[in-house]
Every structure is written in C-alpha cells, then in structure tokens.
Design a protein around this ligand. Structure first.
Ligand SMILES: [Zn+2]
Length: 402
C-alpha cells in the first residue's frame, strides 16, 4: 500500500520513491509507488499532475487500495524522483478550504445545507438544498466567509474513530470507514473530508460568489475562490476597460450608456422600417404598372438589392393588395439569393405543387404554403429561367380553366 505523503504534509511537492507495481487499466499503463505526494482524483476533486523522473503524470487514480500514476511514457527505472505541479495543488487546496468556509456560512446565514460540490479545472460550484437563496443572503454569506478568511483561523486535521465523531458537531456526515478524517476550520466549521486544505484560512485569500442557477429544483452557487477570484477580477477589469474605450465613457456610466444605445438602435430600426416600407410601396407600384397580364392574372416581378425575407414579404404584400395577382420577388442579401412567390388567387392555385420544378433552376432550398413559397438560392443566373417557368405555369392554368 502506498504511503500518502500528501496527508502528512499537503505543502510538500517533491519526494523520492520506489516503484512497487505496474498495472494496465483501459489501455493505459500506470505505476504504483511505495510513497507519493500525488493526490488521486476523489471527492469531486481532480487529481494532481506533475512529473516522475521528468515524465509527465497526467492523471492519478485510486484503484482498489492503490494510488496509480498514469504517465505520458513508461519509466525504465524503479528509483523515482517526483514533483507535483504546485500551482494546481495550491489552487485545489484553496478551492477545498474556501468551499468548507462557504458551506458553513450558508448554514449560518440561512440554514442552507450543501448537497454536493464541484471542483473543476474551470469552475467551482456548491449545490445547496435551498429552492431559492435571496440576493441579500448571498451577500451575507460572502461577507461572513471573507471575515473568516481574514481572521486567519487554523485548519486542523483529525483522524478519529467513527464512535467519536458525534462530539465534533460536523456539518457533513462521514463515510462508513475505519477512521474518519475531520477537517476543523477553527471553531467555525467541522466536516468529514478526504481532500487537501490550506493550514490557515488567510491563505484562501478571498471568495466571491459570481452567480447562482437552478439545478434539479435546487440552488447551485458558482464561486471564485483564491487566485481564481483575482484572475476573474483581472479579466473583468480588462473587459470594462475595453468597453470603456468602445463606448467612450467611464465605468460608472457604462450601463446607462448601453441603455441609451439600445434605445437609439430601436429608434433607428423603426425609422429604417418606415423608410423601407415607403420604398417598397413605390417599387411595388412601379412593378405593378410594368406587370404582365396573363389572361385574368396580373404577373409582377422584381429583383431587390440588399433585401431579406422580411423585405420581400413587405414588397409582396404591397403587390397583392388586389385579387388576381401573382408576384415573384428576389432579394440579394449577404451573398445569398432570397426568393419568394406569392399570389392573391385564392384556392385557384397551390404553389406547394410548383416548388419541385422551381428549386433546381436557381439551385435553391425552400418551402411554404399554397399561397406563399420562399427560400434561399445559390444561382442568380437562373433567375430568368425561374421567371419563364412561372409564366409558363400561369399560362397552363389559364388553358385548363377555359
Ligand atoms: Zn475538503
């Protein structure tokens, strides 16, 4: 069995050891040492990483009673010098200690119990049994947790017999084991935990609750702990700086500036729509005057520059103000060819039956209803053939009617 040096001293990162076993698991070769500082994945915490004799250790797992180190390549020798990635270890020690403090603060502020925790490479989260935590309570939890950090309480680790556990008033029930590992944060918190922690709360630095979400009907809070909080602060400062430059204003008026800009955009969009509608009315009238009378049907066509489907629809509606009309309208838009066919002939014509013939002519996709079909095409050179095909179809409707 491997001696767990990380429990003796979680601050020790370098060690000497001997290989006592090699195993294969899921096509990965792993080695077992007589002692190790590498903490294996467990309790929601990712494993340590680092190097054994300069070869990278990318994963460490507890398999049966062994701690197995998985590495980039095999080791030729049994004499080992190991180094744990100190930044990663320090980060997870901060996450663990900060979480204990926050979980107790949640209990004290609102009797919110921790159901599960997530310590990931990218985020730390605490799932509570609360259906909802008011913003005021979140602020109070954050304030209390940071007070405990500032007070620099000692973090003590005790290994006790299961029957002794009761006297420690622990927050989290212990697992069914021979010896229970209890983590005491001063007289503020005690819980059963197998993870690694800072020796004093001050080393956590700071905790910041950044958000909350509903999960399985319960509230999960997202937190930035220790160096992650500082990194988060740096990133947000940079975002604010860039926004200040883009919006030419100071941080204190950023929100007001964005609200003003949103209103300006809304007004501008409304003005554009009014102008476009007027333009479509003019274009529709011109197109109607040039329309082709095919027996009792007036056929109208138009190609619009820079027109999306909304604009095509406005144009088509302007044309179809009277019965007995059919309109074909195209619009180029961001390198695409939007197209639409619509009519005011009522039940006389079902456009859904035409689409199979029309789509290949402009290499298009599309669909619709008996009264309106539309889509996007790839081949503007087929527009003339598309129009000719529609005219032919209209002529055939006529002859079958008579
Ligand atoms: Zn812990």
């Amino acid at each position: 069995m491997t001696k767990q040096l990380y429990y003796q001293n979680p601050y020790q990162l370098e060690f000497d050891a001997r290989v006592i076993g090699r195993i294969e698991k899921d096509h990965r070769m792993g080695i077992i040492l007589d002692q190790t500082c590498f903490y294996p994945e467990g309790g929601g915490q990712p494993s340590d990483q680092g190097k054994l004799n300069q070869v990278r250790v990318y994963d460490v797992q507890k398999i049966d009673d062994n701690i197995v180190h998985f590495m980039d390549s095999e080791l030729k020798t049994d004499i080992i010098n190991g180094i744990v990635d100190g930044n990663r270890r320090h980060d997870f020690m901060q996450q663990h200690t900060g979480q204990h403090i926050l979980s107790q603060a949640l209990v004290r502020i609102g009797k919110y119990n921790t159901v599960s925790v997530h310590f990931g490479d990218t985020y730390t989260a605490i799932e509570t049994d609360a259906t909802e935590i008011p913003a005021k309570s979140i602020q109070a939890v954050e304030k209390l947790a940071n007070e405990v950090i500032r007070n620099n309480l000692p973090v003590n680790i005790l290994w006790v017999d299961p029957e002794q556990v009761e006297q420690f008033n622990i927050r989290r029930p212990p697992p069914d084991v021979e010896k229970v590992r209890i983590v005491q944060v001063g007289d503020f918190d005690a819980s059963a935990c197998g993870g690694l922690h800072m020796s004093h709360t001050g080393e956590v630095g700071i905790v910041k609750i950044t958000g909350q979400e509903k999960i399985r009907g319960r509230t999960r809070i997202h937190v930035k702990i220790g160096n992650r909080a500082l990194e988060d602060y740096s990133q947000k400062t940079e975002i604010f700086r860039e926004l200040g430059i883009l919006l030419t204003c100071g941080e204190d008026v950023l929100v007001k500036r964005v609200i003003d800009l949103q209103q300006q955009l809304k007004n501008a969009q409304r003005d554009v729509l009014t102008l476009q509608s007027a333009r479509m009315t003019d274009l529709a009238e011109a197109a109607i005057s040039k329309g082709k009378q095919i027996r009792h049907i007036l056929f109208v066509q138009q190609i619009l520059q820079n027109a999306d489907h909304n604009l095509l629809k406005i144009f088509a509606d302007r044309v179809l103000t009277l019965p007995g009309r059919l309109v074909v309208v195209f619009g180029t838009f961001n390198g695409r060819l939007n197209w639409m066919v619509s009519h005011s002939l009522g039940q006389e014509l079902n456009l859904a039956l035409w689409i199979k013939d029309l789509l290949p002519l402009i290499d298009a996709k599309g669909g619709g209803s008996p009264l309106l079909v539309q889509g996007v095409g790839q081949n503007p050179e087929g527009i003339q053939k598309f129009i000719e095909n529609v005219i032919q179809k209209l002529e055939r409707i006529e002859s079958s009617d008579e």
